[in-house]
Ligand binder design. Structure first.
Ligand SMILES: NC(=O)c1ccc[n+]([C@@H]2O[C@H](COP(=O)([O-])OP(=O)(O)OC[C@H]3O[C@@H](n4cnc5c(N)ncnc54)[C@H](OP(=O)(O)O)[C@@H]3O)[C@@H](O)[C@H]2O)c1
Length: 349
């Protein structure tokens, strides 16, 4: 097997660590399945510093660093990370961007993606920021440089909502979509149906690791707003700014409203949606909706995510699956690498 891709990992948190574990512990089996090998030649992280090794970073050593230690103890390691130098000049073919999502301007992920594409390197990212704020610019930059910008994991983790739309459903005529796109808020609403208050359900979600210490982005709807912005662009070709998506979270949902819905056999869900009008204009919103039991999204409970496409040829098509999780999201990165491999083989790169 002669084909190999060198990877630079930007951010060494849940997602890129899970990817590293798969490459380190299951690399041979993975290469057999994929038809190419993967070598991690750089890792950068605010806490751990950076390591660059063109022969392949010692992944076992990188994974076993204790809290407080840095990559400086590894060959090619240093205490601090100069992301721009490593992304632009390091020995990588593909940059795996998995730093935090900044809902204000997409930085620093957006700059990481730009630097990589401008340097002729493909990018896979699970970070919603770059795609929500600059998908079109970044896709054009990738095309100009003969590389790819892939971000399947940014919307529904490993559940392939973007590739379903751009692959098997290409040409079906998607006119709109509705989705449950935040596992934390859906878990909270599901638990409220079991009698918990909003506050108690949030605390339980935090205890289970679903919700952040600060759950504002999940509960207030801004996480879904970024995902709707990405989906509206990818599915409907809309040039929406996140600010164009009218957004309301679930903080106004009371036990009384839940009880009223339950009595009717209905369910409150936080729905992110967009639809194209007859004039081609796309309207998008995020808001709680009471769905009757026959609606395809009504039965999506707990931390699961789902998107229902409205299409011209098939009517309604729904995909559901995990919307988060370190291993699930690392799988999205792998699926992005597979797409990049197919692109390089097609273009003879
Ligand atoms: N985990 C999931 O289930 C999931 C699902 C879908 C999408 N995502 C997205 O995927 C991305 C990664 O998620 P995650 O769970 O792996 O997050 P995480 O555990 O917080 O890891 C992010 C890592 O990036 C580091 N970092 C932040 N800024 C950096 C910079 N400028 N240069 C280098 N490293 C930097 C952080 O260091 P510090 O900790 O020191 O700040 C942290 O180690 C996020 O954008 C997230 O929204 C995650």
């Amino acid at each position: 097997m002669s084909r190999n891709y060198n990877l630079a990992l930007i951010g060494f948190g849940n997602v890129n660590r899970a990817l590293t574990e798969v490459i380190h512990y299951d690399g041979a089996a993975l290469a057999e399945k994929l038809g190419f090998t993967l070598t991690v030649t750089a890792i950068t992280d605010l806490r751990f510093g950076a390591v660059v090794d063109g022969q392949g970073v010692d992944l076992g050593a990188a994974l076993s660093l204790a809290p407080g230690q840095t990559f400086a103890s590894l060959p090619g390691g240093m205490e601090t990370c100069d992301n721009q130098a490593i992304i632009c000049n390091g020995p990588a073919d593909i940059v795996m961007e998995a730093t935090f999502t900044n809902p204000e301007d997409g930085e620093p992920g957006l700059s990481h993606v730009r630097w990589a594409l401008e340097s002729g390197k493909s990018v896979c990212t699970t970070n919603k920021g770059p795609a929500a704020f600059a998908a079109r610019e970044l896709e054009e930059l990738a095309a100009m440089n003969g590389v790819r910008f892939e971000f399947e994991g940014a919307v529904m983790s490993g559940t392939p909502v973007l590739r379903l739309a751009s692959g098997p459903l290409k040409g079906v005529g998607i006119t709109g979509f509705s989705g449950i796109l935040n596992g934390t808020s859906n878990y909270v609403l599901t638990q409220m149906e079991s009698g918990l208050s909003l506050e108690a359900a949030i605390t339980e979600a935090q205890d289970l690791g679903y919700a952040e210490a600060d759950p504002t982005a999940d509960i207030g709807g801004s996480d879904v707003r970024l995902k709707v912005t990405v989906l509206a662009k990818e599915l409907l070709g809309a040039d929406l700014d996140a600010a164009d998506v009218v957004t309301e979270g679930i903080t106004g949902i009371t036990p009384g409203m839940i009880a009223e819905a339950t009595a009717k056999g209905a369910h409150w869900k936080l729905i992110g949606q967009a639809e194209m009008g007859a004039d081609g204009k796309v309207n998008a919103s995020v808001a709680p909706q009471m769905l009757d039991s026959t609606h395809p999204l009504a039965a999506i409970s707990g931390a699961t995510n789902a998107v229902m496409f409205e299409t011209e040829f098939l009517g309604r098509v729904t995909i559901s699956g995990p919307g988060a999780g370190r291993q699930e999201t690392a799988f999205a990165l792998l699926s992005d690498i597979v797409a990049i491999d197919a692109f390089y083989r097609t273009t003879g790169s």
